[in-house]
Design a protein around this ligand. Structure first.
Ligand code: URA
Length: 193
């Protein structure tokens, strides 16, 4: 069993005895020791169904993102802060719909994310949106609007490069241009590394 499998086993064990419900866990996947590790917020419906991060609509977004920066999915590692799909019941349909992860869910998975980062050991961590940014930065008061599109040293060998969440760009068209500029800055930064 490698370190990643050991970590997954540890999460499953903790999860089974926690009060977070009987949900399917969606672990990170991708290259080992990659240049780039991408961290999202939490899996959505499609991710939960397939047991893989960033598939379906979010996966399509990811493909265009990767195209701009000139990397393939297999070359990077992809994960989420929260490894279960946060849901609430829709008052209209009674069906489960996505909701933002709770503080409790984030706190539960945070230590595992830190361990995952140590195991995967990327050169650059790209966070998508506020939830992974706050988790990796370790400071709740930081917000994406203040720090997006620039690299920040985390250790001597590792940088954090915060980006807006692609979904935020869909809902706020005014961000689209900024997002494209940030992607170009990321591409340049990766090339220089
Ligand atoms: N899918 C994921 O896996 N993570 C996100 O943050 C959004 C969609």
């Amino acid at each position: 069993m490698n370190r990643q499998e050991e970590l997954q086993k540890k999460i499953i064990k903790k999860f089974e005895s926690a009060v977070l419900g009987q949900k399917r866990l969606v672990f990170g996947e991708g290259a080992q020791a990659p240049q780039l590790m991408m961290i999202g917020e939490a899996p959505g419906g499609e991710e939960e169904k397939l047991g893989r991060p960033f598939v379906g609509k979010a996966g399509k977004n990811l493909s265009s993102f990767l195209e701009v920066i000139g990397l393939r999915r297999e070359e990077i590692y992809i994960s989420n802060v929260v490894k279960l799909r946060p849901t609430k019941e829709s008052p209209k349909t009674g069906k489960a719909v996505n909701r933002p992860p709770s503080g409790e869910e984030i706190a539960f998975f945070l230590p595992f994310l830190m361990e995952e980062i140590q195991i995967i050991s990327p050169k650059v961590i790209v966070t998508l949106g506020n939830v992974p940014l706050k988790a990796v930065w370790g400071e709740k008061s930081i917000t994406i609007g203040d720090v997006h599109g620039r690299p920040y040293p985390l250790t001597e060998e590792r940088f954090l490069f915060p980006l807006y969440h692609p979904a935020a760009v869909i809902y706020n068209r005014a961000l689209a241009e900024t997002y494209q500029e940030d992607l170009q800055s990321l591409k340049k930064f990766l090339y220089e590394q």
